[in-house]
Design a protein around this ligand. Structure first.
Ligand code: SAH
Length: 233
């Protein structure tokens, strides 16, 4: 069964959006993964299909109703559905490559996109939603965050990238940032490609890349570097 993504949103027209292009788009056409964008408003209340209401206790803005969201979630979930149910949320655990990989190895994902001030807390509890953030800043809705998450997941699915990157140590995969890249020309604006990379000496190239990755990580991301060193000792 190919990886199955269901996105619950008030703006289904935002999907597949950028995921319809390039690698993810071709993989979608081939059926290597599937995507359905479901309209939360179809489960809205009354003639106007209301989905939100004013915050209890008062404050500006609106909150997505728990009954409406639960209706949308329950309609999207199959009886034997084992996909993780995520809520894009700035309060969630920040997405990292480890969680991306776990999701990619599973059967698919159900993603709820918040809007307005957010969603009623009770539906998060009652439907056991895992809150996932894509970083410490506030978006106007969960849709862009869902697109980011799906992009990161889909490129790991079998067949999507071909063999191009198998066995390749990308940033974060080994706890380090990736080494820098170079291509032709060998000299550009007076700047040389590091000679070792043109030496044809595979062992020396590997050693140089490892060293460069460690230096970059230590300088730019002391947090990752401390962890990488701790993990190894
Ligand atoms: N009032 C909320 C922000 C609501 S933003 C607060 O202060 O925490 C509206 C919606 O955008 C959220 O419900 C969530 O679905 C989405 N969103 C905003 N920032 C996000 C982020 N950094 N990561 C993931 N989703 C985000």
């Amino acid at each position: 069964m190919p990886f199955r993504a269901s996105v619950l949103t008030l703006y289904p027209e935002m999907f597949p959006g950028p995921l319809g292009a390039s690698l993810a788009g071709r993989a979608l056409e081939r059926g290597d993964w599937s995507l359905e964008a479901r309209q939360i408003r179809d489960h809205g209340i009354g003639r106007h299909r209301a989905v939100d209401d004013t915050p209890a206790g008062g404050s500006p803005g609106m909150v997505l109703r728990p009954d409406v969201l639960a209706g949308a979630i329950d309609a999207a979930v199959r009886p034997d559905d084992e996909r993780p149910r995520l809520l894009m949320s700035p309060r969630g655990r920040t997405l990292d490559q480890g969680r991306v990989r776990e999701i990619a190895e599973g059967p698919g994902v159900l993603i709820v996109c918040g809007r307005f001030e957010g969603v009623d807390e009770r539906v998060i509890e009652a439907r056991d939603l895992e809150e996932v953030s894509i970083g410490d800043y506030i978006l106007s809705g969960g849709e862009m965050a869902a697109l980011v998450l799906l992009d990161a997941v889909v490129r790991l699915l079998p067949g999507v990238m071909g063999n191009a990157r198998s066995g390749h140590a990308e940033s974060f995969e080994n706890g380090l940032l990736e080494h820098p890249h170079y291509t032709r020309p060998a000299v550009w604006e007076g700047r040389e490609v590091p000679p070792v990379l043109l030496s044809g000496h595979h062992g020396a190239v590997e050693a140089w890349r490892r060293e460069a990755a460690e230096q970059f990580t230590a300088r730019r991301r002391p947090d990752l570097w401390a962890k990488a060193r701790g993990d190894r000792s």
